[in-house]
Design a protein around this ligand. Structure first.
Ligand code: UD1
Length: 429
């Protein structure tokens, strides 16, 4: 039971390198199942969600080698049609991408219902709708989703709502289907384009990724390939907000500035100074920030995965800011913890009203989900005194070495492990 301990009040200064995108990695790694040869994937983030993905791949028979800290070699020559159990799938949402890839590969897949962050109701009806449209039947029994098809046939799929996960599964499930599949009302996030680029590199025929209509023409054979994952838009945005919130001066390297536009424009609007270069950004904080309103929306709107971090920053802005969560039902589970640190926030359904305060003060807090954890870290970096953050396993699912990267920027943050004896007593109570 590790925790982060932050002594707040230091301005972040210096350079930070952004790792590969979590949400692209957790789609591309299962997609390697389809490759007809060895894949070497570069810029893989060292995060727990990737570790779980690799464990699942091993479980179904893949040979995986780490070539260096961010490069993996995946050989799926000997994979088998094997069920993916609860213990593996429960940790992450993206385990459902094994449904799409295994269905393509074996015309059959059996995967435990996915886990991941608790952000309210997260149905998978759009995923099952697309598998059905391609010709598969599915059952959900004893916590396992099982899908099977005699044959997959290209079709037209119209999503009732914009969904990243179902768009990815639709691409994965249709790459080998006979004929043309047209995916309408598709999500347009950068990791969707990255997955399409990877699939095309191994031989798929996908057009239109990044727009709301994606066309997939089924192909029969795939090859191996070398591929480098895009930088993580949300990790970059998190460091941008942390730099601004601490009134620091940070250059963020290995980014695609275009992917960061919604975040950059909001930061500029409230007063931060930002310089853009080809693959880096410099963020210079100011003494006080203006209020703003913000509504999360599918890409290219403001990302829901940046909403909690922005909330932490706006707790210290002048005046009243209003945040509307446009994607998930329950994404304000960090608010009680920020209140413990002195924030003035009220929540009504999907709307949070933030009254800016003069200062936050350090407190013991608990992480409820991945981006909630990033929010509490940013608050802790700004607060007076010590913030102890528990349940940091949520943060380590998606941020590579966050404590080390922040320490290199001058933050006073350490990771502490409770001694086992204390931990077991704590668990027993
Ligand atoms: C992905 C990201 C997550 C991000 C989210 C929105 C990954 C691994 N995770 O999650 O970080 O916060 O996109 O950008 O890439 N929905 C349905 N039925 C479905 C599927 C989704 O109603 O079958 C709803 C969801 O409940 C949610 C909305 O659609 O309200 C968007 O969800 P979706 O885009 O699918 O999010 P995820 O793929 O789970």
């Amino acid at each position: 039971m590790d925790k982060f301990i932050i002594n707040g009040g230091r301005k972040l200064r210096g350079n930070v390198n952004i790792s590969g995108a979590k949400n692209a990695a957790v789609a591309i790694i299962p997609a390697a199942i389809l490759a007809g040869g060895v894949c070497v994937i570069e810029n893989v983030p060292q995060i727990n969600d990737v570790t779980i993905d690799l464990q699942i791949l091993r479980h179904i028979g893949a040979d995986i080698r780490l070539l260096d800290k961010s490069t993996i070699r995946i050989d799926t020559k000997h994979i088998r049609d094997t069920a993916i159990p609860y213990e593996m799938a429960r940790h992450m949402r993206a385990s459902y991408y094994f449904l799409g890839t295994m269905l393509s590969k074996f015309n059959h897949a059996k995967v435990s219902m996915p886990g991941g962050c608790d952000l309210g109701d997260r149905p998978i009806d759009q995923h099952t709708k697309c598998f059905k449209a391609l010709g598969a039947d599915y059952t959900i029994e004893h916590g396992m989703v099982e899908i099977a098809a005699d044959k997959l046939t290209g079709t037209q799929i119209y999503f009732d709502k914009v969904t990243v996960g179902a768009t990815i599964n639709a691409m994965l499930a249709s790459v080998k289907a006979e004929g043309l599949t047209i995916i309408e009302n598709a999500a347009k996030e950068p990791h969707i384009v990255d997955l399409a680029n990877f699939l095309n590199t191994i031989g798929a025929d996908i057009m239109g990724a990044g727009t709301d209509v994606i066309k997939v023409r089924g192909v029969k054979t795939f090859k191996g390939a070398d591929y480098s994952i895009i930088p993580d838009q949300i990790e970059a945005g998190t460091y941008m907000v942390a730099a601004a919130a601490t009134k620091g001066d940070v250059t963020i390297n290995n980014v695609i500035p275009k992917h960061l536009e919604p975040i950059t424009s909001k930061l500029r609007k409230i007063g931060a100074v930002i310089e853009e270069f080809d693959d880096s950004m410099r963020i210079m904080g100011v003494d006080s920030y203006e209020r703003t309103n913000l509504k999360t929306m599918p890409h290219p709107g403001f990302p829901t995965d940046m909403q909690p971090q922005f909330a932490a920053l706006l707790t210290l802005a002048k005046g009243t800011s209003i945040l509307t969560e446009g994607i998930f039902d329950n994404r304000f589970r960090y608010v009680d913890e920020l209140r413990r640190m002195g924030a003035d926030i009220s929540v009504d359904g999907k709307v949070a009203v933030i009254e800016g305060v003069e200062r936050l003060t350090g407190a013991p807090v608990k992480v409820a989900d991945l981006r909630a954890g990033a929010s509490l870290i940013i608050a802790g970096l700004c607060a007076d005194g010590i913030t102890e953050i528990e349940e940091i396993q949520h943060i380590e699912r998606g941020y590579e070495n966050m404590d080390l990267k922040l320490r290199a920027l001058g933050a006073d943050i350490v990771k502490r492990k409770l001694p086992d004896a204390i931990e077991s007593i704590a668990t027993a109570i």
